[in-house]
Structures are given as structure tokens and as C-alpha cells.
Design a protein around this ligand. Structure first.
Ligand code: ADP
Ligand code: ADP
Length: 228
């Protein structure tokens, strides 16, 4: 079963360069992989096409065999429930507690309060922040803030998590913590696609790596090849 497929996807921004050029690849359900490349290679654009922050100029993006071209209007919000997104700057609401930040996607879905409380508590335990649920984001360390961002992205149990430079602001120890957390997701039904320009980090993980260069997918490296 594939959770994601790019079929000859190109993206040209208005007046801009070609950000993606005929990119094709497939992600199996339960897979964790990376996309890497220099700044400007197209990593963010690739992720944006998955959570519908952008649309391709040509080609098709399929999510769980659904062509995202046909996901419009109200269906966009429904699609986004199935794709968790983690940003480098985590984008937490500064005036809301950790628990309220994590609850937000479930509140928007209209879940019942008791159910929300239960699921928020469970996910905060998973990211080792159970004791900080009433803190404000500004009272947390950078690594803790990023873990809140991840908790918010996975609380709805998405089929796919996409993360754009999730460790960009973190030191190596905290980065490793975040990666361990990501690695635990596939066995719970969430595939993971991480964009990172940090080649050393990517290599250490020994996962499949897609390499973008000026919008072109120039390599698709299997974990076995990385081990050599
Ligand atoms: P990366 O995430 O690998 O740094 P991006 O996907 O952000 O790469 O950018 C790929 C290319 O597309 C770059 O040349 C960038 O300047 C351009 N680009 C990205 N976003 C936009 C935009 N909204 N409008 C115009 N050009 C853009
Ligand atoms: P990233 O490396 O995560 O892509 P950037 O600093 O490249 O972050 O981009 C930040 C924002 O600016 C993004 O929303 C991107 O789409 C937009 N952007 C990037 N390049 C351009 C560009 N050449 N013209 C207009 N917007 C751009």
C-alpha cells in the first residue's frame, strides 16, 4: 500500500524559477524517509504540495490513492487531518498552554471535550511532556517546544507526518531526541517524511533518502546503500 505518490510533478512559482522539475517517487505505508538537498532545492515546495499549501503546475500528487488535484474547498480541511505538519519554527500559539496548543486540531474537528482531554494527555506523555501541559510555550526549551509541535501534528493520528527542517534550531542531542520520536511513529500507523539539509543527521538515521538538486530528484538512496 502506498501512502503517497508523486507522478512527474513540476512546480513553477509565478515569475519564479522551476522549484520542482518532473519529480516522481512513491512512499509505502509505514515508511520513514528523508528528503535532502541544498537551500532552494525544492524541499519545502515538495512538502507544501502534500499538505496543499501549494498546487503543482504539472503532474499529480496522490495521497492514499486520492488525486489531490480533486481535493478542493471543504475537502482540503479533511485532507489536512490526515497529514500532520511540523515546521522548523513550530508555530505554537504563544498565549495558549501546551495542552491547548496540542488540542487545537481536535477542537477544530469538533471532538467531544472528554475525548480531547484523553488524547492530549496520551500524546503529551508520548513526547515526555506530560508534566508541562499547563505551561506556556515561552516557558519551554527549544527542544520541548518542538516536541509540542510534533504532539500537535500527531494527535489526530495522521497517515503521514511531514516535517520541514524540524531540527533546524536544535543542537545534536535534541535533534537525536526528535528523530527517535519520529522513528516510533511508523509502527503506530503514521508514515514520516522529513526534509532536512543536515546531511550528517540524515546519514546517521539509515533511512531512505530522496536527494533534490535544483528541483530535480537526482537520487533515491535505500538504507542498504547508506550502510556501505
Ligand atoms: P528548499 O526548501 O529546498 O530550500 P524551496 O522549496 O523553499 O527549497 O524553494 C525552491 C525554489 O523555489 C527556490 O528557488 C525558491 O526561491 C523558490 N520559491 C519557493 N517559494 C516560492 C514562492 N512562494 N514564490 C516564488 N518562488 C518560490
Ligand atoms: P524554506 O527554506 O523553509 O523554504 P524560505 O526562507 O526559503 O524557507 O521561505 C520562506 C517563505 O518564503 C516560504 O513560504 C516560501 O514559499 C517563500 N519564498 C521563498 N522563496 C521565495 C521567492 N523567491 N519569492 C517569494 N516567496 C518565496
Amino acid at each position: 500500500m502506498s501512502v503517497l505518490r508523486f507522478d512527474n510533478v513540476s512546480k513553477q512559482y509565478d515569475g519564479g524559477r522551476q522549484a520542482l522539475d518532473e519529480v516522481s517517487f512513491e512512499v509505502a505505508s509505514g515508511e520513514m524517509l528523508f528528503v535532502t538537498g541544498h537551500s532552494g532545492a525544492g524541499k519545502s515546495t515538495l512538502l507544501k504540495l502534500i499538505h496543499l499549501a501549494e498546487r503543482p503546475t504539472r503532474g499529480a500528487v496522490l495521497f492514499a490513492d486520492r488525486n489531490l488535484l480533486r481535493v478542493r474547498g471543504r475537502k482540503v480541511a479533511m485532507h489536512r487531518r490526515e497529514v500532520g505538519v511540523v515546521f522548523q519554527d513550530h508555530r505554537l500559539l504563544a498565549d495558549r498552554s501546551v495542552a491547548d496548543n496540542v488540542a487545537l486540531p481536535l477542537v477544530l474537528q469538533g471532538l467531544r471535550r472528554a475525548e480531547i482531554v484523553k488524547r492530549v494527555r496520551a500524546v503529551l506523555d508520548r513526547v515526555s511532556l506530560g508534566a508541562r501541559s499547563q505551561a506556556l510555550p515561552s516557558q519551554l526549551s527549544a527542544g520541548e517546544q518542538q516536541r509540542v509541535g510534533i504532539a500537535r501534528a500527531i494527535v489526530g493520528e495522521p497517515a503521514l507526518l511531514v516535517a520541514d527542517e524540524p531540527t533546524g534550531n536544535l543542537d545534536p542531542t535534541l535533534s537525536a531526541e526528535i528523530m527517535t520520536l519520529f522513528e516510533s511513529l511508523p509502527e503506530r500507523g503514521t508514515s514520516v517524511l522529513v526534509a532536512s539539509h543536515d546531511l550528517a543527521l540524515v546519514k546517521r538515521m539509515r533511512k531512505r533518502v530522496l536527494v533534490l538538486n535544483q528541483g530535480q530528484l537526482v537520487d533515491d538512496i535505500s538504507p542498504e546503500d547508506l550502510a556501505e
